[in-house]
Design a binder for this molecule. Sequence first.
Ligand code: AHG
Ligand code: MN
Ligand code: MN
Ligand code: MN
Length: 337
Amino acid sequence: MSEEKVTTDIITLTRHVLDEQRRHKEASGDLTLLLNAVQLGCKFVATNVRKARLLNLVGLAGGAVNISGDEQKKLDVISNEIFINALRSSGKVAVMVSEEDDEAIIVEDEMKGKYCVVFDPLDGSSNIDAGVNVGTIFGIYKIKDGSNGTISDVLRPGREMVVAGYCMYGSSANMVISVGNGVDGYTLDNAIGEFILTHPNIKIPTRGKIYSVNEGNAKYWDESCTEYFNSLKFPPEGKNPYSARYIGSMVADVHRTLLYGGIFAYPADKKSKNGKLRMLYECFPMAFLTEQAGGRAITGKERVLDITPQKIHDRCPIFLGSKDDVEDIENIYKKQC
Ligand code: AHG
Ligand code: MN
Ligand code: MN
Ligand code: MN
């Protein structure tokens, strides 16, 4: 029987980022240290999500509601505090924006660094009580030349991000991240507490067979959106309909879309004229990752990463996924103009 070959040369996320950093001579190592703080936050949230039921961490946080109008879960609040503390103590962050904080957090001078981190500490939290996959989504900007770190450093198009990623808390903790040179996936090895490279160079298929959207909003969709999804459900003779998959956690729906291809969408509709998902810490990081994996992300009319938020919790519509599928949507919206 062939001997199971023991891997003795494991590539951890830290090592992979250091390798990437060595490619940029001017790199100071600050980003590596910042990403170590992000990793710590994700590991800490992962353990709390896993123990949530045992520690009675499920359920609402005493009825608190965030600025987006979401009822805050206990784990939303705990995850948020974990990330704020991990990021602040790294000494590499100047500005933080979190879904769970109404205002941007400007780090005090003695702890201030040169990066801005926008994050959704716990995405899909409405699913947490049902044990469905949830996650953390994050994006990183470098502060602008000459800036001391203010809100203007995050009210910028998503294309100016230097890092985007998410960590999905499911049967294992899966970190998917891009530093602008493709997308890599890592799986947390709880025994050694390291994220190990398991999905190098993720590339999304050019076309998929799955669509992922909350059809409960179909009554409110605009004509182009309705025409597009009907074209998937009732294709011309000889073509198969797409399959419908919708988990309701953006991290899980986007993770499946990156690996299998197809479309994930949260369109604008008559109820929500900019859709539901927040630009800075949901749409931008997921659009950045999708483009880095060879896919596309549009609002229907324009590239998501080209939009500039006016306020830190602004929302935008999003259709993201396989480039040929996104092109189909774009062509339908173009007819509308
Ligand atoms: P969050 O839990 O961070 O507030 O995000 C929830 C989002 C996103 O995860 C998901 O795609 C979307 O809400 C689902 O919204 P619907 O339940 O309206 O489909
Ligand atoms: Mn929320
Ligand atoms: Mn979210
Ligand atoms: Mn959230």
